[in-house]
Design a protein around this ligand. Structure first.
Ligand code: F3S
Length: 642
């Protein structure tokens, strides 16, 4: 077996490991960050369990750490108290970026990790099978439910040779992005092997696994070997080490070879992480901003390299250099050994240990500016400045740009910085709050902006009016817009729902409330766009019982099912045109019809006509819909068990 198969088989709860088939796996650890965490914990509360069932769950605060109003601080306090109540570790704001801290303090080789953040695969650098997922999936995992995925194909990335001076782990993943593009990893797990792996430290492996997310991969994983032991020992956690590797004769669906000796410093040009060229061919643009940090490149070794390049020098007047260390451990070690002073004296502005500029929280570049970043994404507008051009590079290239004011091949600087060998990291976990023994006494504190998660009722016969009729290609942005005005309402679905469909019909939510809920009629590809759960939760809040469309976008359909809203498709698309807003549609014997499968009959009471719809879902999802959504389904299953 390959390494992925070994970990999957030891966690397999349902299904067979055959490519393309659904499997369910046990989840050992979960992580959340604050941006997605509030919703995940509201969902966990709705599941009605007493405490988390995972081996370990951690709630990190790293995304929205700016406090301009009470909303972010309220979210943090809610997460802190809900974590204490349910037996979850809490990593305080300032303790660091979730993926960096998880690697340092919690990750364990051979375990599974599900996180409500797309860069959760970073822990693959430690030999974990670590996957990013939606908030509800993570809430379900915390409640002890297995995680379901379609068995991906396994790609073996064989590394040979050794990185040359000034070439970095970032260049390995940029090379893969160059070859495969941002779609090249969809439905795949990248498993690294070969002699070249031994030359890479755990933080370097984590950089590579982190940006596997930009390939669209399910995850990436490295073996657990002597280097893993060395890292865990330096973190005082050698007792969690287990050796892990693929069998000699392991089979893979695909093999890719990368000779580390041949790599050169690379850069992803604006505005896509796969727009990769050699730095020496990037045209030497003049640089306005350099931002060093993010879950990709802010380890101790990364920042020590930057400090040694900048030591005793001063950055040019036209460059703004901002550095956000990945964790407080990193920041503290830089402070103790004097490297922080080297950075400060060179002109760097030291930011908090958090995501910061990566998520657009401050440090937006100037209009039309060129920003060189060690981050993982350079999508148009992500920096907060639409006219800015963001280039993704290694810490070495970023430091060279900060020093010279130009995007240059760092080899022009001469001798490469030494990468420090760390025998022992500075360990101090006083910003990680352990769940208390006596959880009964904990009071969950919800600020005024945090409202309970809406729950559906079990399915019964439907007799409701058509609330809205929309055309083809309606996106989740049409259904539930996400903008600066609405973002602070992410934990307040009742308030957010008032803005449902407002781009198309500003009276929609008012009508839904007046009519006591209803039915949505849509065209083809209904719900395309982002995976936003709120586009199903807002209609649920407003009492929508079914969406009848010509066809659905995959993720939105899944979100409707999770919310207990029937995703029905017209058998005969011509029936679409006969329906009008206000028509009363009736589905009799709904539970029997849904359970039986096959076509469902809908009566248009207003027009006196009848038409048929399909419900194309799995048997399990039929039961989820009958229960009134995933949370009710899991709750009723657990009640039956006890
Ligand atoms: Fe944070 Fe950016 Fe990573 S937002 S989790 S540093 S991708």
């Amino acid at each position: 077996m390959n390494l992925t198969q070994k970990i999957l088989s030891s966690h397999l709860v349902e299904g067979e490991m055959i490519k393309g088939q659904e499997i369910a796996i046990k989840i050992d650890q979960t992580l959340t960050q604050d941006s997605t965490g509030t919703m995940a914990y509201l969902q966990l509360e709705a599941l009605g369990i007493d405490r988390v069932k995972t081996e370990l769950s951690v709630a990190y605060i790293d995304h929205n750490t700016l406090q301009q109003g009470p909303e972010n601080a309220d979210d943090h306090r809610y997460i802190q108290t809900v974590a204490a109540k349910y037996g979850i570790y809490f990593s305080r704001p300032g303790n660091g970026i979730c993926h960096q801290v998880h690697l340092e303090r919690f990750g364990r080789p051979g375990k599974t990790l599900l996180g409500s953040d797309s860069h959760t695969p970073t822990a693959g650098g430690l030999g974990m099978l670590a996957i990013g997922a939606g908030g509800l999936d993570v809430a379900l995992a915390m409640a002890g439910e297995p995680y379901r995925i379609i068995m991906p194909s396994i790609v073996n990335v064989r590394l040979t040779g050794k990185l040359r001076p000034w070439v970095s782990a970032k260049d390995v993943i940029l090379e893969l992005l160059r070859r495969l593009t941002v779609k090249g990893g969809v439905g795949k797990i990248f498993e690294y092997s070969g002699d070249g792996v031994k030359t890479l430290s755990v933080p370097e492996r984590a950089t590579i696994a982190n940006m596997g997310a930009e390939l669209g991969a399910t995850t990436s994983i490295f073996p657990s070997d002597d280097r893993t032991y060395e890292f865990l020992k330096a973190q005082g956690r050698e007792n969690t080490f287990v050796p892990l590797a693929a069998d000699e004769d392991a089979e893979y669906d695909e093999v890719i070879e990368i000779n580390l000796d041949e790599l050169e410093p690379l850069v992803a040009l604006p505005h896509s992480p796969d727009n990769v060229v050699k730095v020496k061919d990037a045209g030497r643009p003049k640089v306005d901003q350099v931002a060093i940090g993010s879950c990709t490149n802010s380890s101790y070794a990364d920042l020590m390299k930057v400090a040694s390049i900048l030591k005793g020098k001063v950055i040019p007047e036209h460059v703004s250099l901002v550095i956000s260390p990945g964790s407080r451990q990193v920041l503290n070690m830089l402070a103790k050994n004097g490297a922080l002073s080297d950075l400060i004296l060179a002109g760097a502005r030291i930011l908090e240990s958090a995501c910061g500029p990566c998520i657009g929280m401050g440090q937006a570049p100037a209009t039309g500016a060129i920003s060189i970043r060690t981050f993982n994404r350079n999508f148009y507008g992500r920096s907060g400045t639409k006219s800015a051009s963001v280039y993704l590079v290694s810490p070495e290239v970023a430091a060279a740009a900060a020093l010279t004011g130009y995007l240059i091949d760092p080899r022009e600087l001469g001798e490469a910085p030494l990468v420090p060998y760390v025998e022992k990291f500075e360990i101090n976990d006083n910003m990680i709050i352990k769940p208390p023994e006596n959880r009964e006494k904990v009071e969950i504190i919800k600020g005024p902006n945090i409202k309970p998660f809406p729950l559906n009722t079990p399915l019964s016969d439907i007799e409701k009016r058509v609330l809205i009729k929309v055309g083809d290609d309606i996106t989740t942005d049409h259904i539930m817009p996400s903008n600066a005005k609405l973002l602070p309402l992410r934990s307040n679905v009742p308030e957010l729902a008032k803005h449902c469909f407002e781009i198309i019909d500003e009276n929609f939510s008012k009508r839904a409330i007046e009519w006591g809920g209803g039915i949505i009629v849509g065209g083809s590809n209904y719900g395309q766009g982002s995976s936003r759960e709120h586009a199903a939760l807002a209609p649920l809040q407003l009492g929508v019982k079914a969406v009848i469309a010509k066809s659905f976008a995959r993720i939105h359909k899944a979100n409707l099912i999770n919310s207990g809203i029937l995703p029905l498709t017209f058998v005969n698309e011509r029936d679409y045109k006969d329906i009008e807003v206000g028509d009363v549609l009736k589905i009799e014997n709904a539970v029997e019809q849904v359970r039986r499968g096959g076509r469902i009959t809908v009566k248009n009471q207003t027009k006196g006509t009848t038409f048929e719809v399909d419900l194309e879902v799995s048997d399990r999802n039929r039961e989820v819909l009958i229960a009134g959504g995933m949370i009710n389904y899991v709750k009723s299953k657990n009640t039956k068990k006890t």
